[in-house]
Design a protein around this ligand. Structure first.
Ligand code: XMP
Length: 515
């Protein structure tokens, strides 16, 4: 396994992603983590990430000495390279201007670049890389040699092969560095000699053993939402401890069409999970009556969910653990370095505030996994891929897809319309081609004509976006003929809706959800 020490780069998570994709386990820890933890983790190699600081400023982060004393391979990226240079006796200066963007590295001379090429020139093979730095190494530490250069950066990469310390000024973890994943592969597989054995089918047994050892004969309670994370956590824990796991599924009345029944059928009837379904629809509708402000709606839904969950959980006898579907990105975001406490706060929209009030120990069996790994784990355990590869669904559910006041009548219209849209996406094999798709309900009515009669009915909007990170998004380029088919079906089949529009806004300036 590989240890990644984080110096605060925006893309440190990507290093971990790339390494996990090589089927090698790795963890990210802040650069100032306890030396004891580093030794106990017993990595086969250490990667030092990039970061926003300059090594020649005072009090800048540096790698713990133990990194260079363990006798294992070390790989520095950007700031990681600069701190290696400084700590081992080289020199780093501010180059006066930031170098940002594509560069070609030449005169390649290292295992890191073995058999890699994006083309050749008079210097031999070159590689296209992504640079983002203001400082650069100008004098090598003792024992190092230059292993790549660019036009503006004569020491673009360096290595001390005897001590197995490698460093690059560019970012191999971003996809702009075309062969970056292979460079990381050379480091992790060839230099550190890690075995590519971290796969989800392999991981199932290990995860089960860990849960059994952790909880012993205790009872565990889990809030099952039907979403991927809580579901995979539930199925995994159920495999480990069977009936000792009690799932509470709160039907808020703001779920997708028939979703409550489907959750019960899939996970209770088919997979045998012990699930208590709480039909809280009326409670949610009552709490939301007359409320139109989006933030207020979110708060009401969140609080009521917690209250109901808590009420039900306290009714259970002898429960010692609260299970949560926390995944690795949440863990990394809330960890942060000791010198960067500001990052320590993260508000969980799932079941925030529960552990303290319920006085339960936390069980988080997915806290080492990225989202794609959670999905493969789910598939490896036999959950239907259709359930695992579903689009995200917001915590407040249809509550934020009905503009303004939520009324049961609107919920029903929206569920039917949304169901048609999703059904058609599957039929046309477009579902997996968009990142998220749903229908939004507008509480305004427009005039239409159906048969010989006048209608005066509600308007809905189709929303479909393409995005990878959900931070920015573009409208999905769905075929016009497809959109009109969906619109026709909705207008014909859902009595009460006579007009369908397609939301073509991007994010920013719009958001994906409408509220
Ligand atoms: P926005 O609307 O902010 O949505 O562009 C970005 C992504 O986040 C989802 N979303 C939520 N997910 N609880 C959640 O679990 C929420 O309160 C929430 N609000 C938005 C949204 O569906 C989209 O995928």
């Amino acid at each position: 396994k590989i240890l990644i020490l984080d110096f605060g780069s925006q893309v440190t998570q990507l290093i971990a992603r790339r390494i996990r994709e090589l089927n090698v386990y790795c963890e990210i820890h802040p650069y100032d983590v306890d030396e004891k933890l580093i030794c106990e983790f017993a990595p086969k190699g250490i990667i030092l990430s990039g970061g926003p600081n300059s090594v020649y400023e005072t009090d800048t982060p540096s790698a713990p000495d133990v990194v260079f004393n363990l006798g294992i391979p070390v790989f520095g990226i950007c700031y990681g390279m600069q701190t290696i240079a400084k700590q081992l006796g080289g020199e780093v200066v501010n180059s006066g201007k930031r170098e940002f963007g594509y560069a070609e590295i030449n005169k390649l001379k290292s295992t890191l670049f073995d058999n890699l090429s994006d083309g050749a020139n008079e210097e031999g093979n070159y590689l296209q890389v992504w640079m983002s730095h203001g400082d650069k190494v100008t004098r090598l530490p003792e024992g190092f040699e230059v292993i790549a250069e660019t036009d503006s950066c004569p020491i673009a990469a360096m290595a001390d092969t005897k001590r197995q310390i490698y460093a690059v000024q560019f970012h191999p973890e971003v996809t702009h560095t075309k062969q970056g994943d292979k460079m990381l592969g050379h480091f992790v597989l060839d230099i550190c000699k890690c075995a590519p054995s971290w796969t989800m089918p392999n991981y199932v047994d290990e995860a089960i053993a860990k849960i059994r050892q952790q909880v012993g004969g205790d009872k565990v309670v889990l809030g099952l939402s039907g979403g991927v994370d809580s579901t995979v956590a539930g199925v995994l824990i159920h495999k480990a401890i069977g009936e000792q796991l009690i799932c509470i599924f709160v039907d808020t009345g703001l779920l997708r069409h028939n979703e409550g029944d489907q959750v019960m059928q899939n996970y209770h009837d088919n997979l045998g999970l012990n699930i208590i379904r709480i039909n809280a629809q009326e409670q949610f509708y009552t709490a939301l009556a007359g409320v139109t402000d989006p933030e207020q709606k979110r708060k009401i839904i969140g609080k009521l969910f917690v209250d109901i969950f808590q009420h039900e959980a306290t009714k259970l006898d002898g429960v010692k653990w609260l299970a949560q579907g926390t995944i690795y990105p949440d863990v990394i975001e809330s960890a942060g370095s000791k010198n960067n406490k500001a990052h320590n706060i993260k508000s969980h929209h799932n079941v925030g505030g529960l552990p303290e009030t319920l006085n339960l120990k936390l069980l988080e069996p997915l806290r080492e996994l990225f989202k794609d790994e959670v999905r493969s784990l789910g598939v490896a355990m036999g959950i239907a891929p259709k359930l695992i590869y579903r689009h995200p669904f917001p915590g407040p559910g249809l509550g934020v897809r009905i503009l303004g006041e939520v009324k049961p009548e609107y919920v029903q219209l929206l569920q039917l319309a949304d169901n048609i849209f999703i059904e058609e996406l599957y039929k046309s094999e477009l579902y997996q081609k968009v990142a998220q798709a749903f229908v939004v309900f507008m509480p305004v009515r427009s005039v239409g004509v159906m048969g010989d009669g006048r209608t005066y009915d509600y308007v809905v909007s189709l929303r479909a976006v393409e995005t990878t990170d959900f931070m920015t998004a573009n409208v999905a380029n769905l075929p016009f003929e497809f959109i009109t088919r969906v619109a026709n079906r909705i207008i014909n089949e859902v009595k009460g809706i006579n007009r369908v529009v397609y939301d073509i806004s991007g994010k920013p300036p719009a958001t994906i959800e409408w509220e």
